[in-house]
Design a protein around this ligand. Structure first.
Ligand code: ADP
Ligand code: MG
Length: 537
């Protein structure tokens, strides 16, 4: 049999990602529906809060063709919009985006929305529809786009412009995909609920396919997280590709100049010192470095102890106030607290850990802590048991020592923000056990749990005091009567007008005694003592 010749060709980025769609979370119709909502909502929130606009987000899933399980997912925002010349690429070319900069955003790779669009196109043949008005513009631009998968190029199917009466800004993106609502439902609701917890500064409306059950989360705080700044990379965080790219793109005559230009926290003196110790001539041209030279430089940069730690300006933590507001408004607990730790770093990447604890109230008691994980403000719903936070919350924190006895109504929120979140595996749903991060999570949980302990032990004391008071109150009528009798002066010295304490007087005195004692101990009861029926006639 004649041998067939091997055919060589390269894959376009779009084709590559379509073939490997499970990497991006589009492995089946249920997961794809969830992931589509997630990608569009994340873009919507990025378009608002990275630019200090209080977000109003509208999400709708509509059954488009029940027989084929086609669903239309529409997400609208009041964000900065997209300049019309970029729309076709932003939605029709994989690996195109505005977030390829070193700062914390929800999206990073110019991939998310396009995966939903590609998936939609391949399963239903329908183009994506976009409507956008950029900030400051008087026009609304409307596009229908398909992706040419082989070429990784947009095909504009339809395009229109409309003049607006008033300036407004924002974007609506609508895709039709094959989905499985019945299976995706719980995750989608949970995702939106948790998104609302992390964004109490947003108005979020969700219209599910059933249509009758519109979910709204109303803004309860107008404070927003401080938007991230763009920073230069830290020398400990470089890899080969990045270093090559920096060398190619930065104009510098000498290695010393290059280091100062390319990296954060490297001044002339530290650059010179580092290069000499690493065995490089500070005055050589960086363009003359060989591949071997670049590799050595990278290893030396990574291991040099003399650089300042990475700066955290590129991060945008939620902050204690926002976390508390989010937990309070969505979960309605009786107690809530939050801790934002100071910035820290692992392998040259800055990160911040934040923890919130909510307890009691409308939270249902469970046998284990209920863990709400977030990475760069995105809720993580899958692979919980593989996450470093789960390990800590479920087995390394001794909740008993914080006065928590399971089953308990305990929610623990863990938020990790970083310019590089160390995800485990390709699904990006769980975070790896990086020792530096693990330590920060533990410390943050302990700090928050100490506040919970204080609250719970105080509550316990109050309950004991209340029990005592209630027993005491029960005896007041009887005791008062006896004391009245005892307080009656002997007939010989009585002044005849019955001038002794009556039972009622003594009841009042005893009651006042109880009130004063409670006030001194700063204990509040959930009933009014004076209304307590002790039958003062
Ligand atoms: P990523 O979010 O990873 O950059 P996406 O494919 O999700 O990649 O989006 C590509 C680009 O399209 C984004 O970087 C952003 O510039 C733009 N974009 C997408 N959705 C919106 C939106 N709702 N508002 C403004 N810009 C958007
Ligand atoms: Mg995105």
């Amino acid at each position: 049999m004649p041998r067939r010749k091997e055919v060589f060709r390269s894959l376009s980025a779009a084709e590559f990602f379509y073939r490997n769609r499970e990497i991006a979370g589009f492995s089946n119709p249920s997961r794809a529906l969830y992931q589509t909502v997630r990608e569009l909502v994340e873009n919507a929130l990025d378009a608002c809060d990275s630019h200090e606009i209080l977000p109003s987000i509208y999400i709708r899933i509509k059954e488009e063709d029940p027989e084929k399980s086609h669903y239309r997912v529409t997400v609208s925002d009041n964000g900065i919009g997209i300049p019309p010349q970029y729309v076709p690429y932003a939605f029709g070319r994989v690996l195109f985006g505005s977030k390829y900069r070193l700062r914390q955003t929800r999206g990073m790779f110019g991939l998310g929305a396009k995966m939903a669009i590609l998936y939609g196109q391949l399963t239903t043949g329908k183009p994506v529809e976009i409507e956008t008005s950029p900030l400051g513009s008087r026009y609304k631009y409307y596009f229908k786009i398909l992706v040419d998968i082989k070429k990784n190029e947009p095909i504009i199917v339809d395009q229109r412009i409309r003049r607006l009466k008033r300036k407004s800004h924002g974007t609506t993106v609508s895709v039709v995909i094959e989905g499985d609502w019945a299976r995706a439902k719980n995750k989608v609701f949970e995702y939106i609920k948790r998104t609302a917890i992390a964004a109490p500064y947003a108005n979020i409306t969700f219209v599910p396919p059933e249509g009758d059950r519109v979910i709204t989360y109303t803004r309860t705080i107008t404070k927003m997280p401080i938007p991230p700044k763009e920073v230069k990379p830290h020398p400990h965080g470089v890899d080969m590709e990045m270093l090559k790219m920096l060398i190619a793109s930065i104009e510098a005559n000498t290695l010393k100049e290059f280091l100062v230009e390319a990296f954060q926290g490297v001044g002339e003196i530290s650059a010179e010192k580092f290069l000499r110790e690493a065995g490089f001539n500070p005055n050589m041209s960086p363009k003359l470095l060989t591949n071997e030279g670049i590799k050595t430089l990278m290893i030396k940069l990574k291991n040099y102890k003399g650089f300042k730690p990475p700066r955290a300006d590129a991060l945008s933590p939620l902050g204690e106030e926002i976390i508390e507001a989010g937990l309070r408004s969505v979960l309605e607990p009786e107690f809530v607290t939050a801790v934002t730790r100071k910035p820290s770093a692992y392998s040259g990447h800055p990160f911040i850990v934040e923890v919130g604890i909510a307890y009691g109230g409308k939270i249902k008691p469970k046998d284990e802590p209920q863990l709400y994980r977030f990475a760069n403000k995105i809720p993580l719903l899958y692979d919980e048991k593989a996450d470093v936070s789960w390990k800590i919350v479920s087995s390394e924190i001794d909740w008993k020592s914080y006065n928590v006895d399971f089953p308990a109504p305990l929610v623990v929120l863990v938020h990790i923000c970083s310019t590089k979140v160390p995800y485990k595996g390709v699904g990006k749903e769980s975070i790896a056990d990086v020792p530096e991060i693990e330590r920060e999570i533990k410390n943050a949980i302990r700090e928050a749990a100490r506040k919970l302990r204080l609250y719970l032990s105080r509550k316990k004391r109050e309950e004991e005091a209340k029990r005592k008071v209630l027993t005491f109150l029960k005896y007041i009528p009887e005791v008062a009567e006896s004391l009245a009798l005892l307080s009656k002066p002997p007939v010989s010295i009585a002044n005849g007008d019955g001038n002794y304490l009556s039972t009622d007087d003594i009841k009042k005195m005893l009651l006042n005694l109880v009130i004063a004692k409670l006030e001194r101990a700063d204990i509040k009861l959930d009933f009014n003592l004076e209304d307590f029926d002790i039958r003062i006639e």
